[in-house]
Structures are given as C-alpha cells and as structure tokens.
Design a protein around this ligand. Structure first.
Ligand code: COA
Length: 429
C-alpha cells in the first residue's frame, strides 16, 4: 500500500497520483489537475475550513472522538490539577516545561510588565460609560502596537519574546480596567506582590483597602479556568490571529483580531446563552417540557454539543469540579441545580445520545463566572485573557514556519462578467 491518492478526472480521462503526507494531500497538488491548458486548476471548496488544514502545529493536540486535549503533549487534566496558568503559558510559548530558574525568571518578567503607559488609561477613560468590555479590550490591545513600534520587528526572537511577555502581562490590566470602567469605579493599578490571577482579582475588586486578598480557592479556580482556555488549536480566533499575523504585522494587531473573533456569539458567547437558558427554564419541573422543545427543533440546548468533541469535552469535566470549589466560597448559584438536572436528563435521552451531544466547556463556566459576580459581558474578556498565551504560541509558530505564506484563500466567483460601464450622468439622464 502506498501513501497516495489516485484521482481520475472524468473531464479528461487522465489519472493523477497525489501523495498523502500526515493524512493530508496538498491542495497545490490538486491545482495541477486541469480540464484544459488554459483552465484553472482544481480547487477545494471548504467554507469554514471544516476539512482543511491550514498549518502544521506542535502546540495543541485534540482527539474529539476520545475527548483528548493536550498542550505540547501534556493532558489537560494533569495541567489543570497540578500546574499553574503561568507555567502553562510558558509551556505553550516555549514548547517545554521550565526549570526552576526559567520559571522564576518568567514569572518575574510577566509580573513586572503588568503596568501600562498612563496614556492607555486616558484613552480607555474616553470610552462611553456603557462600552462593551470586549470592544475596549480589542481597541486597547491593538493600540499597544503604537506604544511599542519595535514590535514590528517580528523576525527577531528577543523582540518577539518581549512582546509576548508584555501582552500576557498587560491583558489582565486592560480587562480589569474595562470592567471598572463600566462600573464607574477608579482603575486599580497592578500589585506586583500578588500572583498573576490574584493580581487580576485585585484590579477587578479592590476598593479602599490597602491590599486586596482574594480567597485562595477562588484564585485557584480562576487560574484553572485560564488553563482550560489557554489554547484549542485552530479555532476561529486563533485562525484570525494567524491570518492577520501572516501579513507580518506586529503581534498586538494580530491579537486584537483574535479578540475581535472571540467577541462573536458563536465563539466566546455561548456561556452567556447557557445562563439565559437556565434562567428561562426557572425550575426543575420545567425541564421535561424544555427538553421536548429542543427535541422538536424549536431551540438548542445551549452548552451541549461541539464541532470536535463527540464523546465528552474534557474541559467540561474539570469545570464541574471547579464549580464545587467556587460555590464552597460564594454559596451555591441556584441555577446549578437546574443545570445538573438538565445534564442528567439530557445524557439519558435518546435524542442527545444518538447525536453524541455532551456538555461542553461553556455549560458550567458561566455559572462560575456569575458566582464571581462578573456580568455576562465580562465572560468573554476572561476567555481572552486565558487564550492569550495560546494565540501568541500559535503566532510565534507561524512567523517561524518556512512553509507559511500570507493567508489568501481562493474563491469561486459567482457574479457577472465583462459588463459595459455607463457613466452615472448618462444612466441617470
Ligand atoms: N441542542 C440540540 N440539538 C443539537 C445541539 C444542541 N446544543 N447541538 C447539535 N444539535 C443537533 C443538531 O440539530 C443536529 O441534529 P440533526 O442531525 O437532527 O439535524 C445534530 O445535533 C448535529 O449538529 P450540528 O449542528 O451538525 O453540529 P455542529 O458540529 O455543526 O455544531 C455546535 C456544533 C457547538 C455549534 C452545536 O452543537 C451548538 O450549537 N451547540 C450549542 C451552542 C454551544 O454550546 N456552543 C459552544 C461550543 S464550545
């Protein structure tokens, strides 16, 4: 058996052998297949890139059938249990776990880059009182490129490292300030005595106390949520970062594009929809009629189903555990009872079993965020902070990948051709 695909083009009767490498064929090889000398080569039509690999990557591995998620080869379950978000960020960016000295240097670097230029504060204050925090985050991350014009030098490894550190360090500052802005509260400066996630909580919730000390269990739960969101291979926002980054623009502009993609309801917004759904169901007695409505196609069970995971979403299992830890501190969110019952009933129902529909990461994450007293608009900001190391690891891989080119998909043109243009003065006469 050879690793190749034999294609017979019935338009010409010609046969082609197309090599298969790593379970894929090169689209360029199909381009050699033509109906005639002056016709374009065969293209692949794939809206949404459902079955098109855009890169080789060694950052994240997913097996959707088996429910496996690994960062740089390490299972997400082990990282969530035994690692910290900054260690995971190091792993994603550098491809290997840090030594003690490397880890200390990394944490020190990130901690001492959490401050932003005072002018960033001024322009964030210029947003309207009801500005969506994701819009503020997207604009302010993009604007950082104007503060660090050297970031354009993406071919220099030290320079790339500097921008990666800055961005991972400053995202919580920008995210927390966007939150404070909506509340009309003064922005809180970073506290370099605190760890990454504890400092974020301080910038969010500190009032007049001289030091804000969050409950350790809450710090750990949020840290775990950041770990779970840190990367997810070629999802919509990562693809946006890579696509924009492929023009060789600075990484702040590329990550701003990722934040923009994450802002959309199909990507970062599902957990908010879960909360709305649970509120609407209102009590356990209403679950059977709700499920009937879903089965009749009236609506979806939000937080269930995934394009890739078809048996279980490993992140959902970890989040369920984090829920218990958080509610121990904050008291139980009454919606949790409805969520658990809903999950139980759905998992036993033929409709969901047949379609391989299981809870995804968003089914429980909204409940946790709400327990932290985050308004729903902030949920996606938390996702963005967690995803930043993943975006940057993928961007870094992209700019060093000799096979990569500027992203420029093909199209199948369906409009009119060679029309004659009549000037407006004649058309409207
Ligand atoms: N509730 C009810 N039915 C669902 C469903 C859900 N949450 N998700 C999928 N289905 C059904 C579809 O209606 C379809 O049924 P059919 O075969 O009878 O037509 C079948 O399951 C396959 O779904 P499909 O839409 O083809 O799957 P997809 O891979 O394109 O979609 C999602 C994946 C995530 C977009 C989809 O499951 C969904 O919309 N889930 C709810 C939103 C959500 O939680 N998103 C967060 C993802 S992390």
């Amino acid at each position: 058996m050879t690793d190749s695909l034999t294609v017979r083009d019935n338009r010409t009767g010609l046969e082609y052998d197309v090599p298969i490498l790593d379970g894929a064929i090169k689209a360029a090889d199909l381009g050699k297949i033509k109906a005639g000398d002056d016709t374009p080569g065969l293209a692949v039509y794939d809206p949404g890139f459902v079955n098109t690999a855009s890169c080789r990557s060694s950052v994240t591995y997913i097996d959707g059938e088996k429910g496996i998620l690994e960062y740089r080869g390490f299972p997400i379950e082990q990282l969530a249990e035994k690692s910290s978000f900054l260690e995971v960020a190091y792993l994603l960016i550098n491809g290997a776990l840090p030594t003690k000295a490397e880890y200390d240097a990394w944490v020190h670097e990130i901690t001492y880059h959490t401050f932003v230029h005072e002018n960033v504060k001024s322009f964030m204050q210029g947003f309207r009182y009801d500005a969506h925090p994701m819009g503020m985050l997207m604009a302010s991350v993009g604007a950082l490129s104007t503060f660090y014009p050297d970031a354009r030098n993406i071919s220099d490894a030290d320079n790339r490292h500097m921008q990666i550190v800055r961005m991972i360090a400053k995202m919580p500052t920008l995210g927390a300030w966007a939150f404070r802005h909506a509340q009309g509260k003064p922005y809180v400066y970073p506290d370099n005595d605190l760890g990454y996630t504890a400092n974020f909580l301080s910038m969010l919730f500190k009032m007049s106390e001289s030091k804000f000390e969050a409950d350790e269990r809450l710090v750990r739960a949020l840290d775990v949520l950041f770990i779970l969101h840190a990367d997810h291979e070629q999802n919509c926002s990562t693809n946006a970062v890579r696509s924009v980054g492929s023009s060789q623009v600075d990484p702040y502009s590329a990550v701003a594009a990722g934040v923009g993609a994450l802002y959309g309801p199909l990507h970062g917004g599902a957990n908010e929809a879960v909360l709305r759904m649970l509120r609407r169901i209102g009590s356990k007695e209403n679950i059977p009629s709700f499920i009937e409505g879903v089965k009749n196609g009236n609506e979806k069970l939000m937080g269930f189903g995934h394009r890739v995971y078809k048996n279980f979403d490993p992140r959902a299992t970890i989040i369920k555990k984090a829920c218990d830890d958080v509610f121990e501190v904050t008291g139980v969110n009454p919606l949790l009872e409805i969520a658990k019952e809903l999950e139980k009933i759905a998992l036993e129902d033929e409709y969901f079993i047949k379609r391989k529909l299981y809870p995804n990461v968003d089914f429980y994450s909204g409940l946790i965020y709400e327990a932290f007293q985050f308004p729903p608009e902030m949920f996606t900001v938390l996702f963005a902070i967690g995803r930043t190391p993943g975006w940057l690891a993928q961007w870094s891989e992209l700019v060093q990948d000799k096979e990569q080119k500027i992203a420029r998909p093909k199209q199948i043109y369906t409009g009119p051709r060679t029309l004659d243009f009549t000037p407006a003065s004649e058309r409207w006469a």
